[in-house]
Unconditional design. Sequence first.
Length: 514
Amino acid sequence: MADILLINPSYSASYSGAKASIVNPVMPTLGLATIAAENRRRGHNVEILDLCFQPYRADQIKQKIIDFKPDIVGISATTPLMNQLRDMSVIIKDVSKDIFIVGGGAHPSSLPYETLQESMLDAICAGEADYSFAELADHGSPASISGLVWRNNDEIIHEAARLPIPDLDDLPMPAWDLYDPEQYKAISRLLCRRPPLTMAEFSRGCVFKCDFCASKITMALGYRKKSPERCAEEVEIMHRLGFGEFMLADDIFTSDQNWAGDVCEAISKLKPKGVDMAWSCTNGIRVESANDELFERMYDAGCYRVSFGFESGNDEVLKSFGKGGRASVEQGVKAVNMARKAGIDTSGFFLLGLSPDNETTMHDTINYARKLPLDMMKFGIAIAFPGTPMFNDYSKRGLIRSYNWDDYFIYTEKPLFAHPTLTYDTINVFMRKAYRKALLFNPRFIVRRLWRGVKSGEFFWDVYYGIQFFLMPATGESESAAYAAEDRWPQYDFETKSIKVVKWQVARKKKTPA
């Protein structure tokens, strides 16, 4: 049996200094909960250290390692959190070089070789890590475990890619019990109606190929769903553990409308048992999957908000970056009106500086956002995150300007890349213009928001956050964490790409565990 510590880095720096900081997502990390569950099912001892709601403190990491004495430490990281992972890897090895450190999540999965070179990690679980991490804990060695990329002295070994888990019902229930719900009550009331909030998933994957999206790096291309009965059982467990609300992590929850309707029906049947949780589709559902009847069933099941990934207000741009030609500006208007008709709040996500964007198309996006009858909206800069087609294209063309991962957040003022047709200053000008025109000086949005606040009883929260929102800039600089070992981080030169010969191994074929 192995003693395992799973760490989620701090979000504080990534959401500081810009309007988005008022919706910092303080909630349990679902990915670590699913990994912990499979490892516990196999008899391993697991603890989770979640730093999402507090500043990064190296001394806290070190003390936890000394007290718990783990055999294996797993650290999850998106790109903005990568430098924290690097710092932790050095700190942990300072305590004991015998501790096996594993990285996972979007950034290590997208750049496994480079991540190992930049850190003191021993291995990376690329893609879905539910089974690969557990097999590593079982065997005590990364050799021949599909999905792993690992360090063997000076050699980086890539094992065979792990296929996506075919039946998600085979996974154990996420280990939400490893999180204390009391620690997640200090979440923005713009993001959550009934804190504490947790995250759930009823499906994994996406079949679309938007060039800025990194979800396929960890969840693969394709779509897999849990049974409606399994989904309802998870809701019942979250409620029993003391969570009042859950956010659905699914990328395309409403795409299979019959299945989504059955899931809602299964959740609704829990209400006579006293299970009445609020929930939202906050990752952004596809506008062409909007359906009057489905929205009504979602509302009856407790869903009070849906977010739409509009991205652009220009149809040609939508087609160009990978929406597949199905999502259109006109369909977006219909989708919002359908949701509002069902009594569901609507939120919209917009990106400026998309790869096909120019000044005219960005004007289209701002005007589109202004006219949509949304209850909430967020603008961000389209960042070429590692592993995305956008990043790969820009990298080949020599357009990437920064490899400092602290700069990689969607409200940054830093010139991370050279856009094919726009200057970074121009994109930032349009970001400020978007918030002014679509929110701050949009009478219809303001009246709609005030009326909603009165009806929902959230008027004073709206005023509180409205003042903060008005005073904060649209973009800003992230606040680098207080790193303890930055001078000892291993370095990798992304410009010269001096990569040594990499040994590729074919893992032994073995059946996916049930």
